[in-house]
Structure formats: structure tokens, C-alpha cells
Design a protein around this ligand. Structure first.
Ligand SMILES: C[S@@+](CC[C@H](N)C(=O)[O-])C[C@H]1O[C@@H](n2cnc3c(N)ncnc32)[C@H](O)[C@@H]1O
Length: 243
């Protein structure tokens, strides 16, 4: 049975888990293996960011982990300032080191919960949020976080998200979860599948991509784009109007 939202992992527990998981998030070629199409999602959100803003000046990577998405962005855009934000200082240390080594000229780190950290509004040409928003909990939490992302985005800027998603219909959700289980079993066997499902149940509260696209429009984004969806994973984004 699904764990109620108020009994899911606290941010302290999530931070501790990721403090001890830096290596798993440090492979740019594969991304995180438990994510279906992880390399494709990284490519799509970063290429879409560059297509949206050919000359990117300032980037925010929310829940940057070890920096894979900012690194991927640095492969197709140069000269941007990168703000890396994560709960985990261990992740930030790794991300900063890798992003600087990739030639990004200016990097700042912000340690803490995205929801509570003060950041410059109307400033970011590109905001990346990969595999992090599924930690948001109830409707109000999702809406406040999306409103904050909107406020931080520069006029004409865009946000690009890739994440674990649920589905509006429980029948389709079960079917997709079954398919994801098969993927995990092929990857690491049934014990691995059960372990991943167990921590998703304890720690994650994903929402449908349809819900998130609607919410992006509701908070003010002018256009939304679905880049990719496969089973329980999606990549998508939204553009803020020019003024
Ligand atoms: C699954 S990892 C993804 C890392 C990276 N974005 C990637 O795609 O490789 C999620 C990261 O989000 C961070 N995180 C989770 N909740 C957060 C929050 N509320 N504020 C900031 N970071 C958060 C975790 O510490 C972790 O490093």
C-alpha cells in the first residue's frame, strides 16, 4: 500500500541518502541507470534549453546532484554562469569540481532545500530540474515550487524538467509501473527492482506529466513542451513570455 504523503521521507533523510550516493550520479554517459532513457532525457532537456536560448548567460540547476545536467549543457553552450543547488553538500562538492573542470567559467553553489533558498528573481535564462521535483508533496507544495521557478526565470527564459512521473488513471499507472518493474528486473534482477520500488514508495511523490504541464501554464509560463515520455519517465519544459 502506498505510504501517505505526510509519512514520506523528510528532507533531512533525503539529504542523508544522497550524501552517500554521489558516485551513482557521477556518470555522464549513462546518467542514473534506474531512470529509463536517462542519457536521452539529459540530451533533450539541455538541447532544448540551447534551442530556446542560443546565448545562455545564467543557469540554475535545481537538485543538481553531481552536476550531470549542467555538464551536458556545457557540451552545447559555453560561457554561462551556473548556480548549482542541492540539499547535499557532498553532491555540490562533486558537481562544482566537475562543472569547473568542464570549462564553465563561473560557478556558485547553494546548499539547502530549493523551496527555502533566496535566489535572484527574473534572472535565469535556463532552469534545469532533473529527477528532483518528485520530492514535492501536496498540491500546495507543487504550486508554490512552480510559482518560485516562474519568478526566478528571466523574461524570455525557460525551465526544463526530466523526472519520474505518475499517471492520471490508476489503470495506466499500474500498467506503466509493471513495465518499469520489468526494466528494473532486467537491469539488476528482482531484488534490485524491489529495492528501487521500496525507496520510491518511501521517498518519492511523483505527479503526472499532464498535471505538471497544466501547472506550468497556471503559474504563468506561456508555452509548454513535452520532449519525451517513456513508461514512468518524462522530459518536458516551459517558456516564460518575453515581458
Ligand atoms: C535523483 S538526484 C538527481 C541529481 C541530478 N539532477 C541528476 O539528474 O543526476 C536528486 C537530487 O536532488 C536533491 N534534492 C532533493 N530534494 C531537494 C530539495 N528540496 N532541494 C534541493 N535539492 C533537493 C538531492 O539531494 C539529490 O542530489
Amino acid at each position: 500500500m502506498a505510504i501517505p504523503l505526510n509519512q514520506k521521507s523528510s528532507t533531512d533523510t533525503i539529504r542523508e541518502r544522497f550524501d552517500n550516493d554521489v558516485e551513482r550520479f557521477s556518470n555522464l554517459q549513462t546518467g542514473q541507470a534506474a531512470t529509463i532513457d536517462a542519457p536521452l532525457a539529459m540530451e533533450l532537456i539541455t538541447q532544448a534549453a540551447v534551442a530556446a536560448t542560443p546565448s545562455i548567460k545564467r543557469v540554475l540547476d535545481i537538485g543538481c546532484g553531481a552536476g550531470n545536467n549542467s555538464l551536458k549543457l556545457a557540451q552545447c553552450s559555453s560561457g554561462f554562469h551556473c548556480d548549482l543547488l542541492d540539499l547535499s553538500q557532498a553532491m555540490l562538492d562533486r558537481a562544482k569540481q566537475r562543472v569547473i573542470a568542464a570549462g564553465v567559467p563561473s560557478v556558485e553553489v547553494f546548499q539547502g532545500d530549493f523551496r527555502g533558498i533566496a535566489l535572484p528573481e527574473q534572472s535565469y535564462d535556463v532552469i534545469l530540474a532533473a529527477a528532483v521535483l518528485h520530492h514535492l508533496r501536496d498540491d500546495s507544495d507543487w504550486e508554490q515550487a512552480f510559482r518560485k521557478i516562474y519568478r526566478l526565470t528571466a523574461p524570455g527564459g525557460s525551465v526544463w524538467i526530466s523526472d519520474l512521473v505518475s499517471h492520471e488513471s490508476s489503470a495506466v499507472h499500474s500498467m506503466m509501473w509493471q513495465r518499469y518493474g520489468e526494466y528494473l528486473s532486467e537491469l539488476g534482477g528482482q531484488t534490485y527492482r524491489d529495492k528501487v520500488f521500496e525507496y520510491i514508495d518511501i521517498e518519492d511523490s511523483p505527479r503526472p506529466v499532464t498535471y505538471q504541464l497544466e501547472l506550468l501554464r497556471k503559474v504563468g509560463f506561456k508555452r509548454v513542451e513535452l520532449l519525451h515520455k517513456n513508461s514512468c519517465f518524462a522530459a518536458f519544459g516551459a517558456f516564460k513570455g518575453a515581458t
